[in-house]
Write a protein that binds this ligand. Structure first.
Ligand code: NAI
Length: 391
């Protein structure tokens, strides 16, 4: 299969590696020659590291590399069966590239975008044949993260959806099909992990380290929310939150936190700037906690309170995504465990905690705050009445 990748930055070069490893012939295109050189050099490094770790041998390395060619003209992608675009997150620029590309490729070439925040419908609208357009959303780093969200637009044909799902599954990825709505699955359902943790901090209930400690020890999350925001970058994470909030017509559930905005404004971006919620050395290693309080708090009540509050908000978000048919229950749970390494699927977690527990927790918060942010999903309420579980 011939794959054309547009944009050889972080995502494009990772996707090229995935496709080439699955034995596709890949053409990686970029307007910037330096970006192409960098992609080539970084693949060489990555593959050498994989040899060192014993994951691949030298012949596998040269097979992968020979499957990729680096091109600097869009028309070089003319023989592609599938193209995946991973250029700047700008609708107008993407639309221009898509309409030019359509002039070169064959009638049945699938034209996909790796966008995180634009609607697939708006990108597809730039094509003569919008039914060939689809969202294929990888996670960073693409070769390591198992999940790929596949997002049909309202214009997308069934055949294009089916072919896309099959191709991505052949690349040994876990596919979750999502509706073309803001944040798709992961970037929508994961919001409370950050947002509710920031709110708990802003209310003065606990400091960053205690909140992280609670979610790691009681929840089994690999990283606490503040460690994770430092890892992602407070600028990047804030922008995603703000984009989702605006895209949902300012639904208070997705409201960004001033704390994070100020951190981003101050340049406290996290690991990459040496300072975020914690401090880091030049290699990005944590050297000191930003706050004075000790993470190993023995106040079990407090730790439980924090964990339960963040968890139930995550469950509520996942249930609401199911309620609004964003994806199937299986895909929502897979998305969170394979896309962001959650220890358990949130809907399975809801079953384990009990739907009645989820409803009463949400109602407890709603009664306390009287904010729309804490409204319980109608699906949880209905399931509770009918004594149902998700699985
Ligand atoms: P990046 O900035 O690392 O790479 C973008 C590349 O596109 C650059 O090499 C640039 O030279 C090239 N480019 C820009 N305009 C172009 C054009 N008109 N024609 C050809 N090449 C062009 O960006 P990154 O992070 O790889 O993101 C790319 C896309 O993937 C965006 O849509 C982003 O929303 C999405 N995405 C990013 C993720 C991430 O964690 N970085 C995760 C999932 C999706």
């Amino acid at each position: 299969m011939n794959i054309g990748i547009i944009g050889s930055g972080t995502m494009g070069s990772g996707i090229a590696q995935v496709a080439a490893t699955a034995n596709c012939k890949v053409k990686l295109y970029d307007t910037n020659q330096e970006a192409l050189n960098k992609a080539k050099a970084s693949l060489e490094k990555i593959l050498l590291r994989l040899i060192e770790k014993g994951r691949i041998d030298a012949s596998e390395k040269s097979r992968i590399q020979s499957n990729i060619s680096y091109v600097d003209r869009l028309k070089d992608l003319a023989d592609s069966n599938l193209t995946i675009e991973a250029i700047v997150e700008n609708l107008e620029i993407k639309q221009n590239v898509f309409s030019e590309l359509e002039g070169y490729v064959s009638e049945d070439c699938i034209i996909a975008s790796n966008t995180s925040s634009l609607s697939i419908a708006s990108i597809a609208a730039s094509l003569q044949k919008p039914e060939r357009c689809i969202g294929i959303h990888f996670f960073n780093p693409a070769p390591l993260m198992q999940l790929v969200e596949v997002i049909p637009a309202i214009q997308t044909s069934k055949e294009v959806l089916e072919k896309s799902v099959n191709t991505i599954s052949d690349w040994k990825k876990v596919v979750a099909v999502a509706k073309d709505t803001p944040g798709f699955i992961v970037n929508r359902v994961a919001r409370p992990f950050y947002g509710e943790s920031l709110r708990i901090y802003e209310e003065g209930i606990a400091d960053f380290a205690t909140i992280d400690y609670s979610l790691k020890t009681l929840g089994g999350f690999r990283m606490g929310p503040f460690e994770l925001m430092d890892f992602i970058g407070n600028d990047v994470n804030y922008t995603v939150t703000e984009t989702v909030f605006k895209a949902f017509y300012f639904d208070p559930r997705y409201k960004p936190a001033f704390t994070q905005k100020r951190f981003a404004e101050a340049g406290y971006l996290g690991r990459k700037s040496g300072k975020g919620y914690y401090n880091y050395d030049d290699n990005g290693k944590l050297i000191s906690r930003h706050s004075e309080l000790v993470s190993e708090s023995h106040d079990k009540n407090l730790l439980n309170k924090i964990f339960n509050r963040v968890l139930v908000m995550l469950i509520n978000e996942a249930a609401d995504a199911l309620f609004l048919n964003i994806a199937s229950a299986e895909d929502i749970d897979n998305a969170m465990t394979k896309g962001v390494n959650y220890p358990k699927g949130l809907l399975a977690w809801a079953d384990e905690k009990g739907i009645d527990w989820c409803v009463s927790k949400m109602d407890e918060f709603y009664n306390e705050y009287h904010e729309d942010r804490y409204r319980c999903s109608p699906l949880l309420r209905k399931m509770n009445r009918e004594h149902k579980t998700f699985f």
